[in-house]
Design a protein around this ligand. Structure first.
Ligand code: FES
Length: 246
């Protein structure tokens, strides 16, 4: 019997006394042939939950989202404590957290706009600008980097025909670099919306991109769109004045 009372049965290390298979530990989505749609929505990515459909003008909050918002409030002793999950929900609905969204959340939670902006701008997982239907986050941290993450990142930029942090002309993709996604044992790890793609190689990138394009939601860019002004969105906003105005 081990002197260690508990051993993490995580697959990336000792399986301890549990005699578990990789499938039992990680789920069948993660092993064998990785499904094109990625694995589970991973713990690190479940908040904020990112949907393909993003409606920056959607109300906060209505219908089922109102129910979820009210349920969130019941879980915390104060409204202030519900700020992060409220922002998560707002990003799920709208796709990004604009200054107007921050103000609305502040109003709902009876907080100052400045407080909400301070919190929302602290976390990189809140998109401060609109992103494509597929937000591709390529981990380029140490484990992934040693296994070719930079090339994977370049491949995503090439096959989505976009530049780092910007959104493709068809608004399907935004590709960014991410810090460690906690999938270090399975480099290169890529998070696309809320799903993880592990052990991604350069050769697999075209297939993944083609699959995501095939899963399109029928989105057609408006004919009268001014591409010069509406297609390039930085994920992080430029520095703003004290009021965060853009
Ligand atoms: S270094 Fe890439 S997931 Fe940790």
């Amino acid at each position: 019997m081990s002197k260690i009372p508990f051993r993490n049965p995580g697959w990336a290390g000792n399986v301890g006394e549990y005699k578990l298979t990789e499938e039992q530990v990680r789920g069948i989505d993660f092993v064998g042939v990785r499904p094109l749609e990625g694995g589970h929505a991973a713990a690190a990515s479940t908040y904020p939950f990112m949907l393909e459909a993003k409606d920056p003008g959607a109300p906060l909050f209505e219908g089922p989202y109102q129910t979820r918002f009210e349920k969130i409030l019941t879980r915390y002793p104060t409204k202030q404590a519900a700020l992060l999950p409220a922002l998560n929900l707002a990003q799920e609905v709208r796709g990004h957290i604009s200054p107007e969204t921050m103000d609305r959340v502040a109003q709902l939670l009876e907080l100052s706009s400045a407080y909400v902006r301070g919190v929302a701008t602290f976390y990189t997982m809140y998109n401060k600008r609109p992103v494509g239907r597929h937000l591709v986050q390529v981990c380029t941290n140490i484990s992934c980097n040693l296994c070719g993450a930079q090339d994977v990142l370049e491949a995503f930029l090439k096959h989505t025909n976009t530049e780092m942090g910007e959104t493709s002309l068809d608004r399907a993709f935004t590709v960014i670099e991410a810090e460690c996604l906690a999938g270090c044992g399975f480099p290169t790890c890529v998070q696309i919306n809320s799903r993880y793609y592990e052990n991604v190689t350069v050769d697999e990138v075209p297939r993944i991109v083609a699959h995501l394009r095939g899963n399109g939601d029928g989105f057609v860019p408006p004919d009268n769109r001014d591409d010069a002004t509406h297609t390039k969105f930085a994920v992080d906003p430029p520095s703003t004045g004290p009021e965060g105005e853009e």
